[in-house]
Design a protein around this ligand. Structure first.
Ligand code: SF4
Ligand code: SF4
Length: 372
């Protein structure tokens, strides 16, 4: 549905949740609800890096009116050090909103437990920040962004922020291929089973998301109990082929969604924004033998230091890299043979000094695919 971050936002969110029975059907008095936001790193709200604080405010007020006890939490990228997380919350405007609304803001990484994923295809358990496991329910409030690895940050991907700091790097290492990572995300999402997901596309991020892209006004809000269905709507709005979104392809393989189905959606009809810039991430082409190395260098995006001046030599990128592909010398130097292209380093760099760089040939291939 259409909306802006202004005076009309509360009414727009009311209209968004109405088809689900309204907030009264989503929250019960006395329930402790984890409002899982997306704070990739500290950045001003208008940059669309993190959940917009005004959208969060509307959700918190609605939950409080139901008599529920919401708290706000995320595990941003990076080592999860409390001071860094608090700074990211503050810069993103989240701290101020929680304070004004009298809602607890949790540094999720502080306490970790193991969550069983009995129906997982790839993973049977996950390290999870305890606050999400102990909550009566999780409601996700994210922002629509492109994603170098998964192509879109949608409702399923949002659950990855329930995994604490550096444990994310281990999951990247254990599920290196995009298809495997998507399967892992589905296992995680299904195990966490968030009750409801809102994705804010009022100002989305296009291009080099989820951290270094460009804000783009889609003027749209999305919500669903089923984040897989929600992600299909995001794909449609951002003019992606549903099957190109790895999480959706994985969900289709499991029979969780029929990608060809023209779902009956509540709310405004979805109009594809054909000018939306995708992430230009790699295709999943695979080549045999020696051709593989050449194809990898010509056809795969890779992380690179793109702004040496901005690098503070903090070492967060090297710390998050689960395969040891980054050496600080004194700024990051990449070993492309070791790098599995998870792009976790680009996500967590606090100064956007590193970014995903796509070889010209791959850019041309992606442009052609998009025009087809
Ligand atoms: S590139 Fe970014 S994360 Fe890496 S050392 Fe420099 S500032 Fe830190
Ligand atoms: S260098 Fe960056 S993209 Fe490559 S494996 Fe390490 S964290 Fe992932």
């Amino acid at each position: 549905m259409t909306a802006r971050h202004g005076a009309g936002l509360p009414a727009a969110v009311e209209r968004l949740v109405a088809p689900f029975g309204g907030w009264q059907a989503l929250a019960t008095a006395g329930e402790r609800i984890a409002v899982k936001i997306n704070v990739l790193r500290g950045a001003a709200p208008e940059r669309a890096v993190s959940t917009h604080p005004e959208t969060l405010r509307v959700v918190l007020r609605a939950l409080k009116e139901c008599g529920a006890q919401p708290f706000v939490a995320d595990s941003p990228g990076g080592p999860g050090a409390t001071a860094l997380v608090l700074r990211a919350y503050r810069t993103s405007g989240i701290t101020a909103v929680c304070k004004e609304e009298g809602v607890e803001l949790v540094v999720a990484d502080a306490d970790v437990t193991e969550l069983a994923a009995p129906d997982g295809r790839l993973f049977r358990s996950f390290p999870i920040c305890r606050c999400f496991v102990d909550a009566d329910a999780i409601i996700q409030v994210g922002v629509v962004k492109t994603h170098g690895l998964m192509r879109l940050t949608g409702g399923v991907k949002l659950a990855f922020g329930c995994v604490p700091g550096l444990a994310k790097a281990h999951l990247h290492v254990r599920a290196q291929k995009r298809t495997a990572f998507a399967e892992m995300l589905l296992d995680l999402y299904l195990a966490l089973a968030p009750r409801f997901t809102i994705m804010d596309g009022i100002i989305a991020m296009e291009g080099k998301g989820p951290g270094n892209g460009t804000p783009r006004a889609l003027d749209s809000l999305f919500a669903a109990r089923d984040a897989v269905a929600l992600d299909a709507a995001l794909a449609d709005r951002t003019a992606h082929e549903r099957s190109d979104i790895h999480v959706l392809a994985a969900a289709a393989r499991r029979g969780l969604i029929d990608l060809s189905h023209p779902y009956a959606l509540a709310g405004d009809p979805i109009v594809a924004d054909r000018d939306f810039t995708p992430s230009f991430s790699d295709s999943d082409l695979s080549f045999p033998g020696r051709a593989a190395g050449l194809a990898r260098s010509l056809l795969t995006a890779r992380p690179r230091l793109v702004n040496e001046q901005a690098c503070t030599r903090c070492g967060d990128c090297a710390a998050i890299c689960g395969v040891g592909a980054i050496e600080l010398s004194p700024t990051p130097v990449y070993d492309d043979d070791l790098c599995v292209r998870c792009f976790a380093c680009t996500e967590i760099c606090p100064t956007a000094a590193i970014s995903e760089v796509t070889p010209p040939l791959m850019r041309a291939v992606n442009t052609l695919r998009r025009k087809r």
